[in-house]
Design a protein around this ligand. Structure first.
Ligand SMILES: Nc1ncnc2c1ncn2[C@@H]1O[C@H](COP(=O)(O)OP(=O)(O)O)[C@@H](O)[C@H]1O
Ligand SMILES: O=C(O)C(=O)C[C@H](O)[C@H](O)COP(=O)(O)O
Length: 295
């Protein structure tokens, strides 16, 4: 049984259904955690976050449990709550509006449970987080987090990063670049997407994107590119996996997160890179044919 720690923020999610809105819970790291757990139910997937003590935070905790996520390192802040986002789609391509000002998750890696996390962190096989997890943390939390993953990595824990770039979470682009440039030095596996790289760096050359991560010491890189073929780097080779492009998708929300969940589950269970990419692709192809992050 593998043990995976997933660090980040889950929010209330709203999307149009019929004449009104359907409310669920979602957030990039949570989405990956759910799909990872579904893909390998025997593995333990621990969702690490900070919630409030209000009724919405309680509903969210129940939702984590319904998805069979472990919740041993959740913390709960007085006078805080959870964030909210609404999905809008245009020909299936999603965009988001956010309300996350009072979100307790901004306190990640600053609350009392941090001591327990630090003590236990080397018992995990893998730690997964995203650029969104890093962007919502305050400076103190991010520094504690970086210290924790560096120590964990020294004991053999695999560190996995999804580059999900959300400009609204930064006061300026340079801050996002600085965080990215630091964190890639601490990672074993990075799961970027061409769209994020273009948005943050203005770079769409796949070889350049891979070269930069490789130079930082990343050993496994899977470059997602929507409906385009996937380029990967592993054991000093760069290769391409062909994918079947789908037209007329319903909602691209969570394409990357579901891909990551199925991919990592396959890797943890001994599949090779190409088979794991195909499993990620297969799941993402189903998810984008439905509304919402969790289908
Ligand atoms: N239109 C599509 N047709 C087929 N597969 C897709 C399509 N859109 C996304 N995918 C799958 O989902 C993965 C992640 O999509 P992408 O849009 O690159 O990530 P993100 O959601 O992080 O922006 C892709 O690598 C691919 O496997
Ligand atoms: O944007 C955020 O802060 C969220 O967490 C909301 C969404 O659930 C994810 O962004 C979906 O992620 P993708 O897999 O890239 O579509």
């Amino acid at each position: 049984m593998a043990k995976i720690a997933v660090v980040g923020e889950c929010m209330a999610e709203l999307y149009m259904q019929g004449d009104g809105y359907k409310q669920t819970f979602a957030g990039d790291t949570f989405n990956c955690a759910v799909y990872l757990k579904r893909s390998s139910p025997k593995d333990s997937v621990e969702y690490i976050s900070v919630l409030g003590k209000d009724s919405w935070s309680k509903k969210m905790t129940s939702c984590f449990k319904e998805h069979n996520l472990d919740t041993n390192y959740l913390d709960f802040k007085d006078d805080k709550t959870i964030g909210l986002y609404i999905i809008t789609t245009d020909n299936g391509e999603r965009s988001f509006s956010y309300w996350r000002g009072e979100s307790a998750a901004k306190e990640l890696f600053t609350t009392p449970v941090l001591e327990k996390i630090k003590e236990d962190i080397s018992s995990f096989d893998m730690i997964y987080f995203s650029a969104i997890s890093l962007a919502i943390m305050n400076e103190k939390g991010r520094n504690s987090f970086f210290e924790t993953i560096q120590k964990a990595r020294e004991t053999g824990v695999k560190i996995v990063f999804d580059t999900n770039y959300r400009p609204k979470l930064y006061t300026n682009t340079q801050k996002a670049k600085d965080i990215y440039n630091e964190v890639i030095n601490y990672c074993d596996i990075v799961l970027p997407s061409i769209e994020d790289e273009e948005d943050l760096w203005g770079v769409s050359d796949s070889n350049k994107i891979i070269e930069k991560l490789k130079t930082a010491g990343v050993k496994e890189i899977i470059l997602k590119a929507g409906k385009e073929d996937i380029m990967y780097y592993y054991q000093n080779e760069i290769k391409i996996v062909k994918i079947k492009a789908l037209e007329n998708i319903v909602d691209s929300t969570s394409a990357g997160d579901s891909f990551n969940g199925a991919y990592l589950s396959a890797r943890l269970n001994g599949d090779n890179i190409e088979d794991s990419i195909l499993k990620g692709q297969e799941l993402a192809s189903k998810v984008i044919m439905h509304k919402g992050a969790i289908v």
